[in-house]
Design a protein around this ligand. Structure first.
Ligand code: GLY
Ligand code: MN
Ligand code: MN
Length: 432
């Protein structure tokens, strides 16, 4: 009889609702291939690369999320301290991509969650041919450095005021111990990969958009004079979950009146007043992927003529920017399309932020140093914030760059002033 590993109490390592395991394997193989051919192509300049999951001291300090490059390459969300080593010239092909996990500690596991021993089961569950413990990583890395003499930084580079990135910090030590080792910058490699979404990723982003739409519908039903920003937020976030989300993709911004002019408002605690606008910037997360939407609502259900004129101007700017979001364009050109309209209306000084950003595993996802390309998902979110009038208006959608026309993933959420008023009057009849 073939022995089978003891029954596992560990949580599944890869979430069932995320991209399939083979997609993670393909992503790692693509990284290995690029490291093998070197920064400028050619086989003589292969380099080793290292990606860390990041550390976590679980103490009910909130749910841990790994470094997103690690998550993108492994799908592992419950292994703080883990690392992936790419060693493109290892003589054993099975050890060219290795996963290193913290050693088991059965006592700690009773606090933090059960984990499995290394076995064929763990290799199959993670899709790695080699799984070892982090205690072995230093030897593997020294061996790679001796053979290759090149180490490639994959983590996004820190600014000079920030902490050294974990791979660079380790590589500096290795290069002091292995003579002749050089360190190179390949930090755009993963940003470029993450920017182009696979069908599985797009499916998750569409589902995140659906859950977000359910949330905005609930929010519209909860907005009325005398309600609070908190109650609107609660109604919306509950509907995210009921709509299939695992939670919010970032801290929701729900700001009425003057609060709508505060770009990163997070108190969400004030009473909503008739005649004011309420700005909601929120998004659901599904399978690890973010949605990021902003809508601006009249608290009483009807825009004043002044509010409507400003709203229509921002909407015109947003639609112009969406039309400009085509393959080959740079984000500054998309920004220009929106800014020209807001400038021409005389409100340029009230539009103090950029028009959009990449979206994916993070709400502000890795920015590739490249023009827009089919398969990227970006936000487009012009706004004007006028404290003197206690008016803040932003309109934000998530846009899939297509080969021809851009596709608005969040189009289901009412956006024109007329559609908003209609939707709010509908929810008034139903909900109040
Ligand atoms: N929710 C943050 C942003 O729109 O960029
Ligand atoms: Mn947003
Ligand atoms: Mn955004």
């Amino acid at each position: 009889m073939t022995p089978s590993p003891a029954q596992s109490n560990a949580v599944p390592l890869i979430r069932a609702d995320g991209p399939p395991l083979r997609e993670f394997v393909h992503r790692r193989e693509a990284v290995l291939k690029q490291l093998k051919s070197g920064a400028g192509g050619g086989s003589s300049s292969a380099a080793a690369g290292l990606i860390f999951a990041g550390d976590h001291t679980p103490n009910l300090a909130g749910k841990w999320r790994p470094e997103l490059d690690f998550l993108y390459l492994t799908g592992l969300e419950t292994e703080p301290g883990a690392a992936v080593l790419f060693d493109p010239s290892h003589p054993d092909p099975k050890r060219r991509i290795g996963l290193f996990l913290r050693p088991l500690n059965p006592e700690l596991d009773r606090w933090d969650g059960y984990r499995d021993e290394i076995s064929s089961h763990l290799r199959a569950a993670t899709g790695f041919d080699y799984v070892g413990r982090t205690t072995h990583l230093p030897m593997f890395l020294r061996s790679a450095a001796r053979r290759l003499k090149r180490l490639a930084c994959l983590h996004t580079l820190a600014t000079h005021t920030g902490e050294l990135t974990p791979d660079l910090s380790v590589f500096r030590k290795v290069s002091e111990r292995v003579p002749g080792t050089t360190i190179e910058d390949r930090s755009m490699l993963l940003a470029a990969m993450r920017a182009i979404k696979s069908p599985a990723e797009l499916n998750l982003m569409r589902r995140a958009a659906e859950a977000t739409a359910a949330g905005y519908k609930a929010a519209m039903g909860a907005i009325r004079p005398g309600a609070t920003e908190t109650t609107v937020q609660r109604a919306m976030e509950l509907a995210f979950i009921e709509g299939g989300a695992e939670g919010t993709a970032y801290g929701s911004i729900v700001g009425g009146g003057i609060n709508a002019t505060v770009l990163h408002y997070e108190r969400n605690s004030q009473v909503l007043n008739e005649g004011e606008l309420l700005l909601i910037d929120a998004g659901a997360q599904v399978g690890g992927y973010a949605c990021d939407v902003t809508r601006t609502y009249p608290v009483g259900g009807k825009f004043t003529p002044e509010q409507r004129a400003l709203y229509d101007m921002v909407l015109k700017a947003q639609l112009a920017a969406i039309r400009a979001a085509r393959p080959g364009k740079r984000m500054h050109e998309v920004d220009e399309a929106a800014r020209t309209i807001i400038d021409a209306a005389g409100y340029g000084d009230y539009f103090g932020h950029g028009t959009g950003h990449q979206l994916g595993l993070h709400v502000h996802d890795a920015e590739p140093d490249a023009p827009l390309a089919a398969g990227m998902v970006i936000t487009i979110e012009p706004g004007v914030y006028i404290p003197e009038l206690k008016i803040g208006i932003r309109i934000e959608d998530d846009i899939l760059i297509g080969r021809d026309t851009p596709k608005v993933l969040t189009a289901e959420i009412p956006k024109t002033a007329d559609d908003i008023e209609r939707a709010m009057s509908g929810s008034t009849k139903r909900g109040r």
